[in-house]
Design a protein around this ligand. Structure first.
Ligand code: SAH
Length: 347
C-alpha cells in the first residue's frame, strides 16, 4: 500500500468501503497469524520515571505516589502468568534507573530457567549495556513505541531537561533487532498536532522496520499533563482545518487494520487505551479488525491505579483472576481460540 493509499483509508468516509477494509483485514489476519489470540500477562513493575513526556501521567514532574515492585513480587506475579496459561510476561515501567541492570538480569534468568514464559521488556530508552545484559540473560522481546514519525512533533512532546540527550527511538529499535530481540514499535493516534499524512507515514514506517509487534492506541488526554491541559501546543501554529487526525475509536480501528495489512505477520495487540474508549466492545472490535493479541493486566491491584499513564484506564480495579476469566470468555464467544505457547512472531 502506498502512502497515498494509507492516507486515503485514514480519511475514508464511506461506511460501506470501511466494511470492506475490516473484512479484508480480518482475512489477512486469519491467513497470516491464524485464529489464535495470544495472551501476554502485563506487569507494571514501577511507575518511577526520569522522562517528562508531555502526554504521560507518569512524567517525573507529577507529584504522585511512586512504587517499584520487589523482585520476589515480580517473580510471584510471573508465576501466576504460567498458572493462567499465558505464554508471555511483559515487564513494563517508566524509565526507572532504580530497576538496575544486574538484579533484573538475574530475574530474567530465573524466569527463563524456571518457567516456559517468553519475556518481553518495555522499560524505555535504556543504555546499550543494560539492553545487552538483559538479552544475554534471556529476554526475548522489547517494546518501544516511537510514538510519532513526525520529528518536530516528537521533539515538542518529549521535552529534555539539562543533561538529557535527544534520543532516536528508531535507531534504538534497529539496534535491539541486531541484539536478537523481537522488536515492537507503535504510536499514539490523534496526538495534538498529528496530521493524517504523518499518521500514514507512521504506518509506512511499521512496514519499513518490519516490526514483529505493533502497539497502537488513541492518545487519551491526561488533564495533569501539558498535552492534556492544552499547554504543549502553546506558541505552535495551528494545523490547517481538516488536517488533525482525531484520537477516536474509529481512527484507532483504521490504524489497527492498516497495520495488519502493512505487517501481515506481526503480533498486534488490541490495547487497553482502545478498551478505555469503548469498554463494552472495543477489545473485540480490535480483534475483529486485525489484532491477534491481548495483554491482560497482572499487576497487583494495590499498584494498579498508581500506573496511571492516562485516566480511567479500563479494568483498573480488576484482579488478575477476573481479567483472565473475562478475556477467555470473550475470546471463545468470538469463535477464536486462546493461543498456546510463547506466540513468537510468525514467519
Ligand atoms: N516507559 C516505557 C513504557 C511507556 S508506557 C517507554 O517509554 O517505552 C507505554 C505506552 O503508553 C507509551 O509508549 C505511550 O505510547 C502510551 N501512553 C502514555 N501516555 C498515554 C496517554 N496519555 N494516552 C495514550 N497512550 C499513552
Amino acid at each position: 500500500m502506498t502512502l497515498t493509499d494509507l492516507e486515503t483509508w485514514l480519511r475514508e468516509t464511506s461506511p460501506a468501503r470501511l466494511e470492506e477494509l475490516w473484512a479484508e483485514t480480518d482475512r489477512v489476519r486469519a491467513q497470516n497469524v491464524g485464529d489464535e489470540i495470544h495472551l501476554r500477562g502485563l506487569l507494571e513493575i514501577s511507575n518511577f520515571c526520569v522522562r517528562s513526556c508531555g502526554y504521560c501521567g507518569l512524567r517525573r514532574e507529577r507529584k504522585i505516589t511512586r512504587y517499584r515492585m520487589s523482585w520476589p513480587e515480580v517473580l510471584e506475579c510471573a508465576r501466576q502468568a504460567v498458572e493462567y496459561g499465558y505464554g508471555t510476561v511483559v515487564l513494563q515501567a517508566g524509565e526507572d534507573y532504580g530497576l538496575r541492570r544486574e538484579p533484573l538480569a538475574e530475574v530474567i534468568q530465573r524466569l527463563k530457567a524456571e518457567t516456559p514464559l517468553a519475556v518481553t521488556l518495555s522499560l524505555g530508552e535504556r543504555p546499550e549495556e543494560d539492553l545487552l545484559a538483559w538479552r544475554e540473560a534471556g529476554a526475548d522481546r522489547y517494546l518501544l513505541r516511537f510514538e510519532t514519525s513526525d520529528r518536530k512533533l516528537y521533539e515538542r512532546i518529549h521535552p529534555l531537561r539539562a543533561g538529557q540527550e535527544r534520543s532516536d527511538r528508531l535507531a534504538l529499535l534497529r539496534r535491539l533487532r541486531e541484539m536478537g530481540y523481537e522488536i515492537g514499535g507503535g504510536v499514539m493516534i490523534g496526538l495534538p498536532g498529528q496530521t493524517y499524512a504523518s499518521l500514514a507515514n507512521d504506518l509506512a514506517l511499521f512496514g519499513e522496520l518490519d516490526l514483529d509487534m505493533i502497539g497502537v492506541g488513541p492518545w487519551i488526554a491526561h488533564p495533569e499533563t501539558p498535552l492534556g491541559a492544552g499547554k504543549a501546543q502553546a506558541g505552535q501554529p495551528a494545523l490547517p482545518a481538516g488536517e488533525q487526525a482525531p484520537n477516536t475509536e474509529d481512527m484507532t480501528y483504521r490504524v489497527v487494520a492498516l497495520a495488519r495489512i502493512v505487517c501481515p505477520q506481526a503480533n498486534l495487540p488490541t490495547t487497553t487505551a482502545l478498551a478505555t474508549l469503548n469498554k463494552a466492545t472495543g477489545r473485540e472490535l480490535g480483534l475483529a479488525r486485525g489484532a491477534n493479541v491481548v495483554m491482560p493486566n497482572l499487576t497487583p491491584v494495590k499498584y494498579r491505579a498508581l500506573y496511571e499513564i492516562y485516566p480511567e484506564k479500563d479494568c483498573v480495579n480488576e484482579t488478575a483472576e477476573a481479567c483472565r476469566l473475562c478475556l477467555s470468555g470473550r475470546i471463545h464467544e468470538m469463535g477464536r481460540t486462546v493461543g498456546k505457547g510463547p506466540g513468537n512472531r510468525h514467519r
